[in-house]
Design a protein around this ligand. Structure first.
Ligand code: NAD
Length: 279
């Protein structure tokens, strides 16, 4: 069994990102990322702080628009329009979730597709489905980079994605399909999860439920990628896979923390730099 070390790969990617930013700066371009953060959700604030710090370390200019929880939708849209027009901003990120009174899709649709570094705009989603080069959501993109780093090629594999959200599971499914894997996608209404997971050569899980995937649900020699982030009662971070018991059965597995998480932030930097290159 080999660990897929996302932390190490992310550090390597971030180092290269800093070099790329330095050469862009030599050409007079400082990549810029704007973040919209609404409300007081502690997890969202933590994620945004991590993103800000990563930008700072890489030399990317970043600005966070913090808004109160009762902000109007019109005000959010106005702020996005302003950033769409701002030539110093290459990437716009809407930290999710937004409060219930806001139409999330309408907000995401307002971000210019050229600045949509999260890959959530329908234009970029469509490009992903058609396998046209464009912005791809950072977490599934990070998973693909991690597989690539370890010379793992999904072509011809039976893959199973557990979790079907717009930001994790669905783009993951399309990326794997674009690489010619045969993909099963499971969700809360899947009748018998184990039937699907246990035949997968490549099992990718992003649900948010500790120990959802147990040893009996995994094929011998499978590659297991755990996207889930859960906090135990003791305050420990874990994924969705029962790592201790599943790992001995795997050919490769990601740890949590230190697997997919660091890759997500690294991919945000890469997407922002790529947006700046197109200025
Ligand atoms: P979400 O709540 O939007 O989606 C969860 C998905 O899991 C849904 O499709 C739902 O149908 C499915 N699901 C729920 N219970 C299930 C069950 N018992 N069996 C099978 N499927 C089930 O969540 P999300 O935003 O997609 O995030 C999923 C997980 O990934 C969370 O733990 C989140 O914290 C984590 N995440 C991690 C990163 C990272 O960088 N590592 C990034 C984004 C999200």
């Amino acid at each position: 069994m080999q660990i897929l070390d996302g932390k190490a790969l992310a550090a390597k990617i971030r180092k290269k990102a800093a070099d790329d930013v330095a050469s862009l700066k030599n050409k007079g371009i400082t990549p810029g990322l704007a973040v919209v953060l609404v409300g007081d959700d502690p997890a969202s604030h933590t994620y945004v702080k991590m993103k800000e710090k990563a930008c700072e370390e890489t030399g990317i200019y970043s600005i966070v628009h913090k808004m109160p929880i009762d902000i109007s939708e019109a005000k959010i849209l106005e702020t996005i329009e302003m950033m769409n027009q701002n030539p110093n901003i290459d990437g716009i990120l809407i930290q999710l979730p937004l409060p219930a009174h806001i139409d999330t899709q309408k907000v995401l649709n307002t971000v210019s597709p050229e600045k949509d570094v999260d890959g959530f705009h329908p234009f970029n989603v469509g490009n992903l489905v058609l396998d046209i080069d464009s912005f791809v959501p950072c977490t599934p993109l990070g998973v693909m980079k991690l597989l690539e780093e370890y010379d793992i090629h999904p072509k011809g594999m039976d893959a199973c994605v557990v979790g079907a959200s717009n930001i994790v599971g669905k783009p993951m499914m399309h990326l794997l399909l674009n690489k010619f894997a045969t993909v099963d996608i499971c969700h809360i209404y899947t009748k018998d999860l184990k039937t699907h997971t246990s035949r997968a050569d490549l099992l990718i899980v992003g649900v948010g439920k500790q120990n959802l995937i147990t040893k009996d649900m995994v094929k011998e020699g499978a590659i297991v990628i755990d996207i889930g982030i859960n906090k135990t009662d003791e305050g420990k971070i874990t994924g969705d896979v029962d790592f201790e018991n599943v790992a001995p059965k795997c050919s490769y597995i990601t740890p949590v923390p230190g697997g997919v998480g660091p890759m997500t932030i690294a991919m945000l930097l890469v997407n922002t730099i790529n947006a700046a290159r197109k200025r």
